[in-house]
Ligand binder design. Structure first.
Ligand SMILES: CC(C)(COP(=O)(O)OP(=O)(O)OC[C@H]1O[C@@H](n2cnc3c(N)ncnc32)[C@H](O)[C@@H]1OP(=O)(O)O)[C@@H](O)C(=O)NCCC(=O)NCCS
Length: 222
C-alpha cells in the first residue's frame, strides 16, 4: 500500500491531437496500447477519443509513478487501463483514475491518484493574458490554475504560493516533479500540471469538497 497521497494528470487537446501526424497510425496505437486496449479502441464509437483517453490515463499515471521511482521507465504498454476506466495498473502500481471528456470543447482530461478520494482538478483554455507572453505561457497558465485552486481550497493567498520543479539528475529534462511551495517551503500537498495545445490543466491532492464532519486538510505547519 502507498501511504502518500500522490496525484498526476494529463490533458489532451483533441483538435490538436487529430491534426498530429501520429494520430490514426496503427503503429502509434500498438505502441501505446496492449492487445485488450487495442480491441476496445477498435470497438469504440469514437476510436480517436478512446485512444487519446488511454494515452492520457497512462501519462497521468506515469506522473505519479515518477514520484515513487527515481528513474521510471515509461513504456505505455506496461500501463494497463481497466475497461471501466476507474483504475490503472501502472507498471505494477495500482492507481485510481477519473476521466473527463468534453467533446464540445474538444478535450480529454485524466486524473490518476494513489487514493480513492477524488482530488481537486481543473481544465481551462489558456487565458489571453498568459498567451500574450508566448514563451512558457502554458506552464505559467497551469501554475496559475493550480495555485488558485489550492489557495481557494485552503483559504490562502494565491500570490503566496508558487510551483517549482527541483533539479533531478538523470531526469529527461533535468527536473523532478512539480512541488507547490509557500514562502519557499513545500506546502505538503502534491500537485500535477499538464498543458496541450490551447489547454491547461492541473490537479492537487486535496479532497474536492469539505468532509461533512467539518474536518479538512491541514498543510504542513510553517
Ligand atoms: C513527463 C511527461 C509524461 C509529460 O507529459 P507531456 O505530455 O509531455 O506534457 P504535459 O503538459 O502533460 O506535462 C508537463 C508537465 O508534467 C510535469 N512533469 C514533468 N516531468 C515530470 C515527472 N517526471 N513527474 C511528474 N510530473 C512531471 C511538469 O510539471 C510539466 O510541466 P512544466 O514543464 O510546465 O513544469 C512526458 O514528457 C514523458 O513522457 N516523459 C518521460 C519520457 C521521456 O523520457 N521523454 C523524452 C521526451 S524528449
Amino acid at each position: 500500500m502507498i501511504a502518500a497521497w500522490l496525484v498526476g494528470n494529463d490533458v489532451v487537446d483533441l483538435r490538436a491531437a487529430a491534426a498530429a501526424p501520429r494520430s490514426g497510425r496503427p503503429r502509434f496505437l500498438a505502441r501505446v496500447c496492449d492487445e485488450a486496449e487495442q480491441a476496445r479502441v477498435g470497438a469504440a464509437a469514437e476510436p480517436a477519443t478512446a485512444l487519446w483517453t488511454l494515452f492520457a490515463a497512462k501519462e497521468a499515471a506515469y506522473k505519479v509513478v515518477a514520484k515513487l521511482r527515481p528513474q521510471p521507465i515509461f513504456a505505455h504498454r506496461r500501463y494497463r487501463v481497466a475497461a471501466d476506466h476507474a483504475t490503472i495498473d501502472a507498471d505494477g502500481v495500482p492507481l485510481a483514475l477519473w476521466v473527463d471528456v468534453d467533446l464540445a470543447a474538444g478535450w480529454v482530461h485524466v486524473v490518476a491518484s494513489t487514493r480513492d478520494d477524488r482530488p481537486l482538478a481543473a481544465v481551462e483554455a489558456l487565458a489571453d493574458h498568459d498567451a500574450q507572453v508566448p514563451a512558457g505561457a502554458p506552464g505559467r497558465g497551469a501554475r496559475r490554475l493550480v495555485t488558485a485552486l489550492v489557495a481557494a481550497r485552503l483559504g490562502l493567498a494565491a500570490g503566496d504560493l508558487a510551483i517549482e520543479r527541483p533539479p533531478r539528475p538523470g531526469a529527461w529534462d533535468g527536473a523532478g516533479p512539480p512541488v507547490i511551495v509557500r514562502g519557499g517551503r513545500p506546502l505538503g500537498v502534491d500537485v500535477s500540471l499538464s498543458h496541450d495545445g490551447r489547454l491547461i490543466a492541473g490537479v492537487a491532492a486535496l479532497v474536492a469538497a469539505s468532509r461533512p464532519d467539518g474536518a479538512g486538510f491541514a498543510p504542513d505547519p510553517g
